[in-house]
Write a protein that binds this ligand. Structure first.
Ligand code: GDP
Ligand code: MG
Length: 439
């Protein structure tokens, strides 16, 4: 999708003004691009019409930067179709909030149930409980129990011999007794929607009266995702959608059509198999992703998550005590490297992916490696006490790391600035930052 749109859009960029036939051509490209991305044809038709109505008007033809106008319109309409802004989880007026996961087998219900429990725990200090109501696959209960252990969330289970509705009944009672504030019910799925499954889900819904019925849909299933969403929604009147496996190479066409067809908000997106890989769904970010404008905000969130919480706390403590040293500096660099190759990081910044200027800029991923090499050439004592680094030691380090002594000097200077800035920040003073930006 991205490539096609980018092509269509970059064609426009080469012209100062666009004609009506240009708009037609671009609209055709956009239509094809959306169809290729498995967006439902009805949705595509609607979408293209909306954009065309807006684009063919004065707004674009009389504009000085028509290309920008079209991108803006396409982006705005994409955001609109996907629901404008994020949609928070429904919450019961008083505890507990009951969440029921539904969806086909393999869609990611169990995984998402665990992720959601962890998210609630981390972000709201909630005390969730998981109910294992998928009795058809013995492994499903084990799977949930293991997840529960890993994230330290209790799992209520009665094995596979008890009717799922009964399991939910007892699970709710247990949760009430333990005063859990969130109850997440993991239900069974099927390969296809069938009556028996729907019947069971109906009964669970009647009994539990969930505040939230989250339909979990695999984003990789393309057109099929829409039918599934339609089927579940018409039978159960779901309250929200979780789109999983967006870490795959799909560009999110399913997000567009599911929202358009069911008119139910997408609340979360699954971006990986790890328990921390669940993010709030932001229509604007998804639109950017579809348009290939980068996924910067998601990238930042990911980086923040990957940063080991414990390490961050230790680091903050060190800064307060002013004992931040080169060993910590090494740790920090490794955190940055975890974000992936520098080129990939830059590509995720809006406007950078196709920026011709980037071709001339020499992004050198070896910079961090060089800096690390310099630190590795220090003795342990030197790493712990940077004040020891007199000129002769610096020359030795330069020789050892194979870097010029000026580079060693520059690096040590930067380290000290960074350390001072962090110390100020950890004391709640941000005024040291301007100086750093100027260097
Ligand atoms: P269920 O049958 O609906 O309960 O689906 P599961 O939760 O068992 O998930 C099926 C498979 O999809 C498992 O291997 C999960 O690890 C995987 N999975 C779930 N969500 C995601 C996601 O967001 N990204 C990726 N890559 N894999 C996922
Ligand atoms: Mg499951």
């Amino acid at each position: 999708l991205t490539e096609r749109l980018q092509n269509a859009i970059s064609k426009l960029k080469r012209k100062g003004k666009i004609s009506e036939s240009d708009v037609k051509e671009v609209m055709r490209e956009i239509r094809l691009a959306l169809l290729e991305a498995d967006v439902n044809f009805k949705v595509v038709k609607d979408f293209v019409k909306k954009v065309r109505v807006r684009a063919v008007g004065v707004e674009v033809l009389e504009s000085l930067t028509p290309a920008q106008q079209i991108v803006k319109i396409v982006n705005e309409e994409l955001v609109k179709v996907m629901g404008e802004k994020e949609s928070p989880l429904n919450k019961a007026p008083k505890i507990p909030t009951i969440i029921m996961m539904v969806g086909l087998q393999g869609a990611g219900k169990t995984t998402t149930a665990g992720k959601l429990a962890l998210k609630l725990k981390n972000e709201q200090k909630a005390r969730p409980i998981l109910i294992a109501a998928d009795v058809y696959r013995p492994a499903a209960i084990d799977q949930l129990q293991i997840l529960g252990q890993n994230i330290d969330v209790p799992v209520f289970s009665l094995g596979t011999d008890v009717n799922p509705v009964e399991i939910v009944r007892q699970g709710l009672a247990e949760a009430k007794e333990k005063k859990n504030d969130y109850i997440i019910i993991d239900t069974a799925g099927r390969l296809q929607i069938d009556e028996k499954l729907m019947d069971e889900l109906h009964q669970i819904k009647e009994l539990a009266q969930p505040n939230e019925i989250l339909l979990t849909v695999d984003a990789m299933t393309g057109q099929n995702a829409v039918e599934v969403a339609e089927g579940f929604n018409s039978q159960l009147d779901v309250t929200g959608v979780v789109l999983t496996k967006l870490d795959g190479d799909t560009r999110g066409g399913a997000a567009l059509s599911i929202r358009a067809i069911t008119n139910k908000p997408i609340k979360f997106v699954g971006q990986g198999e790890k328990m921390t890989d669940l993010d709030v769904f932001y229509p604007e970010r998804m639109a950017s992703r579809i348009l290939g404008m980068g996924d910067m905000l998601t990238l930042i969130e990911k980086a923040q998550r990957d940063f080991d919480q414990k390490k961050a706390e230790d680091m903050a403590e060190k800064m307060r005590e002013n004992s931040f040293d080169f060993n910590d500096f090494l740790d920090q660099m490794e955190q940055v490297q975890k974000m992936g190759p520098m080129e990939d990081v830059i590509k995720m910044i809006p406007g950078m992916a196709n920026n011709p200027a980037l071709k001339n800029i020499n992004v050198d991923p070896k910079d961090i490696e060089r800096t690390k090499a310099i630190v590795y050439s220090m003795t342990l004592k030197e790493r712990e006490d940077p004040e020891l680094l007199n000129p002769s030691r610096r020359r030795r380090i330069a020789a050892g790391s194979g870097r010029p002594v000026q580079e060693v000097n520059r690096m040590i200077k930067q380290f000290k600035q960074m350390r001072d800035m962090m110390r100020k920040m950890s004391n709640g003073n941000f005024s040291g930052m301007e100086g750093l930006l100027g260097d």
